[in-house]
Design a protein around this ligand. Sequence first.
Ligand SMILES: [Zn+2]
Ligand SMILES: [Zn+2]
Length: 309
Amino acid sequence: MPRKCSRCGSEDAEVNLPYARLSLCRDCFLEYYVGRIKRTVEKYRMFHEDETVGVAVSGGKDSAALLHGLRRAFPNQKIVALHVNLGIPEYSDRCQEEAERLADLVGVDIHILDLKREENVSLSDFRRTVFKKKICSVCGTIKRHSFEEIARRAGVKVLATGHNMDDMLSFMLNSFFTKQWTQLIRLKPVLPPLFSWMTRKVKPLIRTSGRENLLYCLYAGVPFTEIECPYSRGAKAKEKLKILETLSMNNPNFKYQALDAFLEISKILEEKIRLQEATPCVKCGFPSLNGVCAYCKRMAYVKEALSNG
Ligand SMILES: [Zn+2]
Ligand SMILES: [Zn+2]
């Protein structure tokens, strides 16, 4: 006899959540998942009911689950989808298609920034430069800048991203062991804007695993693309996650404990460390540490490299 759902008691349980001591049927899992998004948003006071929330959607499972789940958790909130097309051949257009399909299904507007159209440069162009081995880091810089830019154009002051608990723990572990304290401090559920015209960045899935985002998409019929970015070096990140899985084996609560421990350390560090003051980039006005921001530096570099053939 299959086990019955611990919530409704009538349907067969399909999802086992050992950390919560729950085995849930599909419908009860969907409800539980949406409830956690609502609780997380409220716990960290991510946004008010009169704010428009911009959700960064990539086309992948995490941000797809976020947009769909947020809509259900806050049916009356004004929400828009934001998407950046990075111009990676055969990949970026698929991602955009899924993002558009998703926005359509959820019933929200989507704002798209097309990097190629905007800058006449695509992420792929960086592969022919010294950034070839740091393509994921360049991509991060471009995405941060571009999402902020679309949010500004769309008049959005809250930017929600689909970073899940596993992503966060792996970033946290990495910043901790490489002593990148500033980076660790920035990994928090709510990151206030550096300049007043910028967005507050919030992470409603910080307490949700990647696996649960996938299940949510599958059970709720949320469209997403499974193709991986051709440039991603997923193997390295997965190696780090393996440590977390091992530590979770005998303690299903381990990830939550680790997350809370890191968030506490980060708070203590924030009081101790004086962050270097950012000044507006002379070219674009975004935050920079020495006149020109990382985005403008990389763009100037790649354009120069392209023009030299
Ligand atoms: Zn149930
Ligand atoms: Zn700049």
